[in-house]
Structure formats: structure tokens, C-alpha cells
Design a protein. Sequence first.
Length: 282
Amino acid sequence: MPEIPSVLSIQSEVVRGHVGNGAARFALQRLGFDVWAAPTVLLSNHPGHGKFRGETVGAEQLGALIDGLAERGWLKRCAGVISGYLGAADQTPVIADAVRRVKAAHPGALYLCDPVFGDDNGAYARAGVAEAMARDLLPLADIVTPNRFELSSLTSRRIDSAEDAVEAARSLGTAEVVATSAPFPDGRIGTIVVTPDGAWATAAARLAHVPSGSGDLLAALYLAARLKAMTPKDALVRASSSVDCILRASVGERADELVLVARQADLAEPAQWLDAIAISTR
């Protein structure tokens, strides 16, 4: 039996819901990956629901979890690493060390950094987390997946169009950037991949009252596609199409979380596909 590729996912963990590892784990497993989920926070539910219980995982404990994997020689099986929401700034050196160890044990492994620290309503991560991500994690990343607010914050650029998002993405210094929630004409929302070879986007209708976790899901699906040797353009189309299908089934009063289990078929083969649009910069 061929060995199943593994992904180390370092992000939030909730008892109920589909955010952080709760989104990435199921999506990656559905697509044939073994997932090693290390928590940065342990919460009863997403804070967006209002009250919640739980706590941040200490940097020392997080490091010990990674050490446990390394001590058994398992890091050489890891084809990719994905990091997302962090509970504290002192977790970034631990994650950076984990990325270096994985890449040393498995040359060619991809690291996707999802710099989760805010959205259009402002920053919600703890003080110092965004700066720590920019300092410790972005320089190691093969792929970065910021949303519009995060990309604007990281680059100190105003983003009012797809072209603005492309130019900001190029200024990050990362070879492959996937920018989400980019503004498009006619009220649509875009996802853009920017590489040295070009920039492509998909655009979908902007939906109201969308459950949390779509960015976490998009990042995991994009990494899965790239680990399966899809081009950035094709990976963008596949990942964003799957997310759009699941969001359409999750909006309004029908669900307070992404309906991943009920619509899991869309993870493997989206019911509807978005078109790729070439973006040229000024």
C-alpha cells in the first residue's frame, strides 16, 4: 500500500465547529491526506458565537508536541505544513522551528502560512501576533494566504481593486500569494493567486451572514491542490470553487457553521466551477 502523504496543521482547535483545524483536518483528510493537527488554542467554540471557554496552548507545550513527532522520526513523512490562527506571539518561533525541521527531514515539503489576525472589521488576534508572523513566519513561507485586511496591514497598502491586491501581494516578497476577499466589480468578491509568472483570480457573489472558517478551508484546499502538483492557477480554481459551493449551502439561517460534512462531495469535485480570470497590473 502506498504511503499516504501527511500535513502538519498548526492552528486553532474548537470542540464544536469548522474553523482552524476543524476546517483543515476534515478537508485534507477527505482529499487523501493524513493530518497531524497541533492546536494553538483549545476552545469550546468559535468566539464569533459569543461566549466560549478555553485557553491558549503555551509555546512550551506546543513545542513539546512537535518534539514528540520528531523524536519518532515522523517529520520525514510530512509533505506540507500549514499554520493559521495563533493564540500568542511567542508561538511563532516554535512554528518556525517546526517548519525548518520538516523541510530538513523532507526536502520539497511546502509551507503555507495563513496569517490569520483580522478581517474587514479590524484586528482580532492578540497584540504582537501580526508582527511576529511577519517577522518569523512569512520569510519561511512558500505560500501565503492573507485576506484583504491582512494583506493591506502587512504591506501598508490600500486595496480597492484586484490590481491593488496583485501589487500588494508582489511587495510581500513571497513567491506565491493567494489573496482572499479582494474587491471586484458588481459587488463580487475575488480570490487571487499571484506568482512570478502571472496573476489569476476567481470571483463569486458576495454572500451575507457567512459562517466563520472559509479562509481556513480555502488555505487547506489550496495546499492540497498544490501538493497534488496542480499549477497555482488550477489550484486556485479548484479550491475557490469548492469553498463557494460550501458557502452557498451554509449562509443565512440554514447553518451557524460551514456544512462541511453534508457537502463533503464539493471538496473532491465542486458541483459548480468558477472561471479563472487573468489579472494585469499597471
